[in-house]
Ligand binder design. Structure first.
Ligand code: ADP
Ligand code: MG
Length: 622
């Protein structure tokens, strides 16, 4: 064995530097954090070549005295921590006193800094962590630090750097996260001479989100604002209809610090359960504030991971907070009407006929004649009353429960326990309908138009039916009602997909499918869900195989839901198909009487609303 020796401080510094400063983005993060800790109101970050050759951070914070400026570059030199007890409650972003030492060990640095109460500032130059020049300089209050040629003396590390564009975007993301965490600070980023980010620093989270995620994303988010015991959760989450193919826009902050937390990610996604397609992810900017003793921020060199005392509380807080916000946000998407500009408006024709004589010149506005409507209403009224069978009784009971307005607590609570005995007694007679809406008709064989109070609703019949079927399938606790096929359907998926289906035969059985290996890569399907038409079976199985492949590691409940999504989608009436009036009436009734029908299982909205006010504005009546 070779002799053990203690590392020289220089080598130790290089190793430590590798932990804190992984790439230009991590250097920028540390420098901007220092500026925020120094109370800066304005911070500018400039970078060239992805921050590899040039990185400058300018702030208008408290600055440093000449003496402090030099001490700051020593290892474990910090103004933010004095005693071990201080570690229990950290109010600043930095506290380890390592960043400046680490960054300077692997670069050339120029520093200019001035406090408000001194006439002159201090200028320092460092090479590989050693001060080589010091001056008294004239400069504004605050600090400017320039880092050149990062990793110039650690060629091994240099090799790991990616293309400039990759490093640059990692750097901009890192600074963006800090900008979102601190809406009270105005943050600018200038990449190779071009401004790529500017937050206003007006203290409003929405402004920062808008600047960082862009107008489109910001407008598709709903506000979260909930408290639970000593936890407060605020921020924005995307509507189920505005999701992404990855988790890049999921930003979590704990006490003002950006963190990665599996628990928070899982809780967020749980809140969207069954509203998203497999492989789609919600976006969020969520700030959690909790007492400092419930979280340990000192478990990771770059401080992106933190430890929570109680992960379960954390999960519930995020999940119910987000769920509440999604429920409050109306599931009915308001339609956007294009605003006609004055000069483009055709001159309004003078009314020439009296109201009683209106004979519409074209059929455009006539979706259903009065005669047709009367006949239709008759059909609905005379539809045979269902007999009170035990199944119907049970269904009615279930329906009542779902239709009853759910009393949402202000603050998120652990899942409420349903009080069985509080349910209303089943009535023997079906109550007479007092309908508060009017079905106007269907257009484009896809959208049902309904008048409800002062609103015009457009219901996407496929999305609605899909959701209703999905909820029905899902409420069957263990298995879906199957239909046995007289002649089995033979289908021949790709090899890998056939294997996937056979491997998951149990899951598929619970969803109503019974299939077996027919040899030669052919599958024999003997049983399918009752809601599915036999001719759709093969296509459904192909989609299921793709789902199974995509979600190999997903948990069985999620997989079951994915299977049911596919079945519901295939079994639902399609947009473009003609539906009869009874079908439409039944669909509308379901949609309007239940409040869980906001999105189809793929996250598309079911209902769009046109308000009377909107129409009045559009036609310049208001
Ligand atoms: P830490 O932030 O963990 O204290 P750093 O190495 O990042 O460690 O910084 C060391 C010290 O230098 C800080 O505690 C702070 O007092 C001072 N400092 C660093 N950057 C700035 C700045 N931009 N403005 C004022 N003081 C700063
Ligand atoms: Mg620091």
């Amino acid at each position: 064995m070779p002799k053990i020796q203690q590392l020289s401080p220089h080598v130790a510094d290089l190793i430590a530097a590798g932990e804190v400063v992984e790439r230009p983005a991590s250097a920028a993060k540390e420098l901007v954090e220092n500026a925020i800790d120094a109370g800066a109101k304005n911070i500018t970050v400039e970078l060239q070549n992805g921050g590899m050759t040039f990185l400058r951070v300018t702030d208008d914070g408290c600055g440093m005295s000449a003496e402090d400026a030099e001490t700051a570059f020593l290892r474990h030199a910090t103004s933010k921590l004095r005693t071990a007890a201080d570690l229990e409650a950290i109010h600043t972003l930095g506290f380890r006193g390592e960043a400046l030492a680490a960054i300077s060990a692997v670069s050339h640095i120029d520093l200019m800094t001035k406090t408000a109460d001194s006439a002159f500032g201090t200028g320092l130059h460092l090479d590989a962590g050693v001060v080589t020049e010091r001056d008294s300089v004239g400069c504004p209050d605050g600090t400017t630090i320039i880092v050149r040629d990062l990793f110039y003396n650690t060629p091994a590390r240099m090799k790991f750097m990616k293309r400039d564009t990759v490093e640059a975007s990692a750097l901009v993301s890192a600074v963006s996260r800090l900008a979102i965490a601190h809406p009270e600070v105005s943050v600018r980023v200038i990449r190779d001479g071009e401004e790529v980010l500017r937050t206003p620093g007006d203290g409003k989270l929405y402004s920062a989100v808008y600047a960082v995620l862009g107008r489109q994303n910001a407008q598709e988010m709903v506000e979260v604002n909930s408290r639970w015991e000593s936890y407060a959760l605020t921020g924005y989450v995307s509507k189920p209809s505005a999701t992404r193919g990855n988790r890049a826009n999921q930003l979590f902050f704990v006490n003002g610090r950006h963190v990665r937390s599996k628990t928070m990610t899982a809780a967020l996604e749980e809140a969207y359960r069954n509203q998203l397609m497999v492989g789609r992810f919600p976006s969020c900017v969520l700030h959690l504030t909790l007492p400092e003793h419930l979280v340990d921020v000192n478990v990771h060199p770059a401080k992106v991971e933190v430890k929570f005392l109680n992960e379960r509380d954390l999960f519930d807080c995020v999940r119910y907070g987000v769920e509440g916000a999604l429920e409050t946000a109306s599931g009915r998407v308001q339609m956007k009407l294009p605003q006609q500009r004055q000069e483009e408006r055709p001159a309004a024709p003078k009314p020439t006929v009296s109201a009683s004589k209106v004979s519409s010149p074209d059929a455009f506005f006539r979706t259903m004649s009065a005669e047709d409507y009367k006949a239709f209403a008759q059909v609905v009224r005379e539809a045979p009353r269902p007999q009170m069978t035990p199944e119907l009784k049970a269904a009615l009971e279930r329906n009542k429960k779902t239709a009853a307005p759910v009393q949402k607590p202000e603050t998120p609570q652990p899942a409420p326990i349903a009080k069985e005995d509080a349910a209303p007694a089943v009535q023997e007679e079906l109550p007479l309908e007092t309908q508060s809406y009017r079905i106007v008709g269907e257009v484009l064989n896809t959208y049902i138009i309904v008048e409800e109070g002062k609103n015009v609703l457009l219901i996407d019949k496929h999305a609605a039916h899909e959701r209703i079927l999905f909820e029905k399938l899902r409420s069957a606790e263990t298995t879906v009602v199957p239909q046995l096929l007289l002649t089995p359907i033979l289908c021949k998926p790709e090899w890998e997909e056939a294997a996937m289906l056979l491997e998951n035969a149990d899951l598929l059985r619970a969803a109503g499918f019974e299939l077996s290996d027919y040899g030669d890569g052919v599958l024999a399907v003997r049983q399918i869900p009752a809601d599915l038409a036999p001719e759709d079976a093969e296509a459904t199985l192909n989609e299921l195989a793709a789902d199974l492949k995509a979600g190999k590691r997903a948990d069985p409940t999620a997989m079951r839901d994915a299977i049911l999504h596919t079945v519901a989608c295939k079994a639902a009436i399609k947009g473009g198909w003609r539906s009869d009036e009874k079908e439409i009436a039944a669909l509308v009734k379901e949609v309007l009487s239940r409040d869980d029908l906001k999105y189809c299982p793929h996250g598309r909205p079911i209902t769009a609303v046109l308000t009377a006010a909107q129409l009045e504005r559009q036609f310049k009546r208001a």
